[in-house]
Design a protein around this ligand. Structure first.
Ligand code: TXA
Ligand code: MG
Length: 317
């Protein structure tokens, strides 16, 4: 793949819009770091983000939107969330809020959670891209997994050149540090990741808590237990399910549902969290108490899929 460099001109934005609409990936500058963007509604595009980064696991991603109005299409804002958005958007603050029922977001973006991390970036190029595209853009930092977050288009090319469709060159990022992440909950605001917007800034809106202060605090980012885990017990690498098992197939190993009957790992990743939810619900209806999953090859996105399944199959306390 040839990675195009786009300039922030009307032509450049139109090309970026067309790439995103077709499910492709465009890296773009925000005021914090360059993000690797894909349509947050398109599971295959989001799976492509993980492939390009070579991420061995699925962390939920930040959804970038043009304004609060677009954010409210996808998530529910209570009074605190509204006040935070009013005070700090556009800017380097990510707010974790409940996903709106029937929102069109890919479940891979939220890793199957019922909350979504969402922000309105301040960088003029990011804003113009969001306005031109007219939809939500999922974007982690535009570096290979384990690498340093990029603050210039040249950094992005060094790390991801040849693996993504395009990078929009918008110069250097000002902040160079990822956004602050907060979650309004139970009358307080939990600080999940520190960044440009400080705890003191947030304290002007509400009581600030860090997740360690209470026992049933919201899970902090990066903690992998924060992904959707099925209620039913799960067994991996199954060819022939037992009678009490609801079977999730892959490739030519059949099941009640199949992550990808053609054996496409991108499609399987895009379906993963939605199918775990579905298996949980349908197993009950069919009188099955467990979930079995066909073998998934340990190549490409298969590594992240197996990582997630392994966590779901581990004994729970
Ligand atoms: O500055 C930034 O935030 C950059 C630019 C590109 O916007 N993006 C970025 O994304 O840092 P990423 O994917 O590297 O970080 C996303 C963080 C992860 O730590 C993840 O666990 C957390 O957001 N996160 C996402 N959804 C969440 C949720 N529903 N609940 C809690 N944490 C969440
Ligand atoms: Mg990162």
């Amino acid at each position: 793949m040839q990675t195009q460099t786009l300039r922030p001109t009307p032509d450049g934005f139109a090309t970026a819009r067309d790439i995103l609409a077709a499910g492709g990936l465009v890296a773009f500058p925000t005021e914090t770091v360059y993000g690797l963007g894909g349509d947050a509604r398109n599971g295959a595009a989001v799976a492509g983000i993980y492939t390009a980064k070579g991420r061995p696991s699925f962390n939920p991603l930040i959804v970038h939107v043009a304004d609060l109005e677009m954010a409210q299409q996808f998530a529910v804002f209570d009074n605190h969330a509204m006040a935070l958005a009013d005070a700090f958007w556009p800017g380097p603050l990510t707010i974790v809020v409940p996903v709106r029922a029937h929102a069109e977001l890919s479940e891979l973006v939220t890793a199957g959670l019922d909350t979504v991390a969402i922000r309105v970036p301040a960088h003029p190029v990011a804003r113009a891209l969001l306005a031109t595209f007219g939809g939500p853009i999922a974007a982690p930092s535009a570096n290979p997994s384990g690498g340093i977050s990029p603050t210039s288009a040249a950094h992005v090319r060094d790390g991801l050149g040849g693996r993504i469709d395009a990078v929009m060159n918008g110069g250097k990022c000002d902040v160079g540090l990822e956004s602050t992440i907060v979650m309004p909950k139970d009358g307080a605001v939990y600080l999940l990741r520190s960044g440009g917007v400080t705890a003191e800034d947030i304290a002007t809106i509400a009581d600030v808590k860090t997740p360690t202060e209470t026992t049933d605090a919201p899970t902090s980012p990066g903690q992998l237990a924060s992904h959707y885990a099925p209620h039913a017990k799960l067994r991996m690498d199954v060819i022939t399910p037992n009678d009490d098992e609801y079977m999730i197939g892959f490739s030519d190993v059949a099941g009640q549902i199949n992550l990808s009957s053609s054996g496409d790992l991108i499609q399987a990743a895009a379906n993963l969290f939605a199918y775990l939810h579905m298996a949980d619900e349908d197993a009950q209806t069919l009188g099955k108490t467990k979930i079995a999953v066909a073998p998934i090859p340990m190549t490409g996105l298969g590594v992240a899929i197996n990582d997630r399944l392994k966590r779901a199959s581990a004994p729970r306390g």
